[in-house]
Design a protein around this ligand. Structure first.
Ligand SMILES: *[C@@H]1O[C@H](CO)[C@@H](O)[C@H](O)[C@H]1NC(C)=O
Ligand SMILES: *[C@@H]1O[C@H](CO)[C@@H](O)[C@H](O)[C@H]1NC(C)=O
Ligand SMILES: *[C@@H]1O[C@H](CO)[C@@H](O)[C@H](O)[C@H]1NC(C)=O
Ligand SMILES: *[C@@H]1O[C@H](CO)[C@@H](O)[C@H](O)[C@H]1NC(C)=O
Ligand SMILES: *[C@@H]1O[C@H](CO)[C@@H](O)[C@H](O)[C@H]1NC(C)=O
Ligand SMILES: *[C@@H]1O[C@H](CO)[C@@H](O)[C@H](O)[C@H]1NC(C)=O
Length: 921
């Protein structure tokens, strides 16, 4: 191969700035609320990044100061720099009544020799063979270690037991009738299940926060034989001084999508009411926007005879009425004629409507109470002297079909059930949406791809292994709280108080990379780009609502491509529907949050991360750690790939939250994604060499999408010093060294990955490493630039020899044009596209080498190639009206697709951070 000596010299001499030394080493950091200072604060956890070399674990203590804040602080470490210094700390702070506007975390040296004084413990945790009891100071909660009951008792500091028998409940059925007519001849088995605990543990450090984790499966109660299924993990977070419990509830669907139809999934608590007069028992159910249904089990208002104003007001306000002996006897003598309302039920079967009913008892008719648009999703049952329990679901209506039931309120044991999947809705239907259309050969499947863009294959359209996570909040009260207080809780249900370090601090530490910076507006071109980014964010926020991207399986995701003729996103077209992280919108939205600190963007990105990490990815079985390509169903496409489960997409949220334990578990799952290559050949449909995968045997993987996803998982595990970090570090470093040794580095396209040797060598097509030229437009658009930038900084001086240069070569030559490519590699690249998205590779090259030609090239690629040019009607949306659309008033931007905005956003942010010098004005 001929390489022009002049060019080689130029490139060889390009100085690679290894991670530039940073003199930023702040040890005192302001922590702000995401959004406004909350009206109540039940305790929270968050993460704080630190510069490399600034703090070491064995010689640092953290403390908290803040205007009137509670000074208790629990600290742990979630990430380390290569040298062992602290990269990320996690912190928990207790509930507090006077909520400060901000806090400051201070890190100070502690003398290693001095025996640390035992920390003041605000929480008390007792563990026995049978269970775990946590006392927060406001509430004492007991978690059994076996059986069906996850929470056996919730007792207030005042001594009222307000919750018992907390269980998970599930129902399913074996078939679905096709229509009303066939109900009579469809044989259906119905099953009811409840939780069966397999394992319970409590976090080691419980000074401010205790985390109780309960795992198990559902066990059949009634309906016949059924195996245990639907593994669950429920995490209970209890903060000192708090009467609230945050619950993160996850299930993995391990059933058969054609036989196991979930028809109800909930969490149920009993509320002891013995001894509470029926007229002092109170029911509160959320309506919309902080509104509440305010009822008593036995109402004494509106009657023909008046018990007295004080009595009526007390009941309405949830307080104990004056003693019944003081009431007007025309009422008190006739109390037995007044019906008691035993059961209340709210169902939110769509994002746009709820209905509430109540009845006196089973067997009597339900009374329609009201309908309404969107319930906030909180229900309370209790009494004025015995106290009570409120249960709420985050993003209640957005994850329809959901529900809230209050039952047996007129008995000694009332009950609240929060339905994560309402039994009033049609069962969850996880069957394929088409019958295969006769696509029984690869040739037919590839031809069908040409028209619907769906990559179909029989048997691959399976939901078995996908997951779903919900967040639930419990609040225990000694007496019925005011409706205003419940309104405050419901207001914070969707946006629980969350804290984050200042954007500027995060950026300067480089803990989430050095490829983003605060918005840039000093040049007019930069200011115009910033406006465009804002426009994209607003448009997507608006489309979520306008197009109703809501529902149990969907909330958090959005669509891939727009259908300009029908004025709808292509929700029903093969490979164009749900986005499933295609071209990394996750990265764009997280970087946009980091640089702006915008609360709405945080919540938006959080919902995206929760969805894509759970529903779009397999968590068990042969494909564990792989995700599914974009499509009509989140799990239907036959392309199961690591790029869709890219751990980098979860990294930001993970570290910012102090190590969200559910996301941490998802990150661990991806460590086994490399095993899937021995089972599933991603190239099976186009392979001509007859190669077949075998478990543990070397396999040809893409050096772009595949390796970048594996590398991200390994790097994060190394940073976390997780249980497999040494294996992860070795795999990351060895495979990177292998890529550097390939004659053409990343330009080789594929490499032979040996899972046993943890190595990458030249691909089977080039056993002698003579040099293959094979690039893909997709290689660098699923996180590879971000992962490599972070990994190269992380290794610092220890980076595998030649690896930084190999990546710089790829960055340089992808956009260099055929002549230079041919001069360097012997042939020009074919398949170069997504040039706008690749402008960030030029920006990186410029930032690393200082060659200003590349700063100019960045913006030429950004403005004048493909993607979204400056000539688009930025800022302009068309309101669709009349009969043109289903919901008149919805906005349209016909030229926007998620691929384009994701790559535009990433190149804009990285271009502005790394190469703004190249902007003309
Ligand atoms: C770091 O060094 C630069 C250049 O010397 C200086 O301007 C800046 O103030 C320093 N920052 C800190 C935090 O010391
Ligand atoms: C503290 O940690 C650093 C980095 O891990 C290590 O080099 C050092 O030996 C430790 N010191 C002590 C006293 O443990
Ligand atoms: C701080 O926490 C302690 C223990 O949990 C609690 O007793 C105290 O009331 C709290 N202080 C404030 C200001 O909330
Ligand atoms: C069940 O009933 C429906 C409606 O009458 C009918 O179309 C269908 O053929 C029936 N199926 C069987 C298996 O009898
Ligand atoms: C910068 O890159 C251009 C384009 O490859 C090249 O012609 C020039 O020599 C480089 N300049 C330096 C100083 O390396
Ligand atoms: C509907 O939109 C079209 C095109 O934007 C516009 O010409 C028309 O006046 C609108 N009609 C109504 C009823 O708003």
């Amino acid at each position: 191969m001929h390489v022009s000596p002049g060019l080689a010299a130029v490139l060889g001499l390009a100085t690679i700035a290894s991670a530039k030394p940073t003199n930023y080493s702040a040890t005192s950091v302001q922590i702000n609320w995401i959004g406004d200072t909350p009206g109540y604060f039940p305790g929270a956890s968050f993460g704080v990044p630190w510069s490399e070399g600034a703090l070491y674990p064995n010689s640092t203590t953290f403390s908290l100061s803040g205007s009137g804040g509670n000074s208790s602080l629990q600290s742990w470490i979630t990430g380390y720099w290569r040298d062992g210094s602290i990269k990320w700390s996690g912190h928990a702070i207790p509930a507090t009544e006077s909520v400060p506007d901000s806090f400051t975390i201070n890190a100070s040296p502690k003398s290693v020799s001095k025996r640390s004084v035992p920390q003041k413990r605000d929480l008390s945790v007792e563990e026995s063979g049978d269970g775990i009891t946590v006392d927060t100071g406001k509430v004492t909660v007991t978690f059994p270690k076996a059986g069906s009951v996850l929470v056996s008792s919730i007792e207030t500091a005042g001594g009222n037991v307000v919750g018992t028998n907390g269980k998970l409940v599930l129902s399913s059925q074996s078939a679905l009738a096709n229509d009303v007519e066939s109900r009579t001849n469809t044989s259906v088995d119905y099953f009811n299940f409840e939780s069966n605990i397999e394992e319970v543990s409590v976090s080691q450090d419980t000074s401010v926060r205790a985390l109780v984790t309960t795992r198990g499966q559902f066990r059949v109660l009634a309906g016949g034989e059924h195996n245990d299924w639907l593994p669950f993990v429920v995490r209970f977070y209890l903060y000192s001084n708090s009467n609230s419990i945050r619950i993160v509830h996850s299930i993995v669907f391990n059933g058969d999508g054609k036989k196991d139809f979930i028809s109800g999934l909930g969490i149920r608590f009993q509320v002891p009411l013995e001894g509470e007069e029926l007229y002092n028992r109170h029911v509160r159910i959320s309506g919309s926007d902080g509104g509440f249904l305010t009822e008593a089990v036995k109402g004494i208002t509106g009657l023909r005879r008046d018990p007295g104003t004080a009595v009526k007001v007390a009941q309405y306000e949830g307080k104990s009425t004056p003693d019944i002996s003081t009431w007007d006897t025309r009422v008190s003598s006739r109390m037995h004629w007044i019906p008691a309302w035993n059961d209340f039920s709210l169902r939110q079967l769509t994002s746009d409507g709820f209905q509430i009913k109540k009845r006196t008892k089973a067997g009597q008719s339900w009374l329609d109470v009201s309908t309404g648009p969107r319930s906030d999703g909180l229900a309370y049952l209790g009494g004025s002297t015995k106290g009570g329990l409120a249960v709420g679901l985050r993003n209640f209506w957005k994850q329809f079909p959901t529900g809230l039931d209050i039952s047996n309120a007129a008995t000694d044991n009332g009950e609240i059930t929060l339905w994560l999947y309402s039994p009033e809705a049609g069962p969850l239907d996880l069957r394929p949406y088409h019958d295969g259309l006769g696509q029984d050969t690869y040739a037919k499947q590839l031809d069908a791809l040409e028209i619907t863009y769906e990559d179909y294959e029989p048997g691959f359209d399976t939901p078995t292994g996908i997951a779903k996570t919900h967040e639930i909040f419990l609040h225990a009260f000694d007496a019925t709280p005011s409706s205003d207080h419940l309104g405050l809780l419901s207001k914070h249900l969707d946006e629980p108080p969350a804290l984050v370090a200042k954007s500027d601090h995060i950026q300067q530490t480089r803990a989430l990379g050095s490829y983003w910076a605060a918005p840039h507006t000093s040049k007019s071109q930069a200011a115009a780009i910033e406006k465009n980014l804002e426009f994209i964010i607003e448009y997507y926020k608006g489309q979520i609502e306008g197009r109703r991207w809501y529902g149990f399986l969907h909330y958090g995701d959005f669509m891939h491509t727009y259908d300009v003729d029908r004025h709808v996103w292509r929700y029903d077209i093969g490979g164009y529907a749900w986005d499933n992280s295609e071209l990394s919108p996750d990265l764009f939205f997280w970087l946009y949050f980091l640089r702006t600190g915008r609360a709405d963007v945080y919540r938006f990105a959080e919902a995206l991360t929760r969805h894509t990490g759970e529903v779009d990815v397999y968590h068990t079985g042969d494909w564990k750690g792989l995700g599914t390509r974009h499509g009509v169903l989140h799990f239907a496409d036959s392309a199961k790939q690591a790029r869709i489960a890219q751990p980098q997409y979860r990294k930001y949220f993970y570290f910012l939250t102090g190590g969200d334990e559910r996301v941490g578990e998802l990150l661990e799952e991806t460590l086994d994604a490399d095993k899937t290559y021995g089972i599933l050949d991603a190239h099976r449909k186009v392979r001509t060499d007859g190669w077949k995968p075998a478990p543990g045997e070397p396999v040809s993987i893409s050096l772009g999408t595949d390796w970048a996803a594996l590398a991200a998982g390994w790097l994060i595990e190394w940073e976390r010093r997780g249980s497999r970090w040494q294996e992860a570090k070795e795999k990351l470093t060895n495979t990177a060294a292998g890529i550097a040794k390939l004659k053409n580095g990343f330009v080789t396209g594929e490499g032979l990955y040996d899972i046993e040797k943890k190595s990458i060598s030249s691909p089977p097509t080039d056993p002698d490493n003579a040099g293959v030229v094979d690039i893909s437009h997709l290689s660098a658009v699923f996180g590879e630039p971000e992962v490599l930038s972070e990994a190269i900084e992380y290794w610092g001086d220890d980076a595998p020899e030649g690896l930084p240069q190999a990546w710089l070569d790829y960055c340089y030559y992808y956009g260099a044009g055929g002549v230079e490519q041919k001069a360097r590699y012997g042939s020009s690249f074919s398949g170069v596209s997504l040039k706008q998205g690749h402008a960030r590779l030029s920006a990186y090259y410029y930032q690393q080498t200082g060659n200003s030609t590349l700063a100019a090239r960045t913006w030429n690629e950004f403005f004048n190639t493909d993607g979204l040019g400056a000539d688009k009607a930025w800022g302009v949306t068309t309101k669709l009206n009349g009969s043109a659309v289903l919901l008149p008033g919805v906005e349209e931007v016909s030229w926007i697709s998620t691929n384009d905005i994701a790559q535009y956003g990433l190149s804009a942010i990285q271009g502005l951070a790394l190469a703004s010098e190249g902007l003309a004005s």
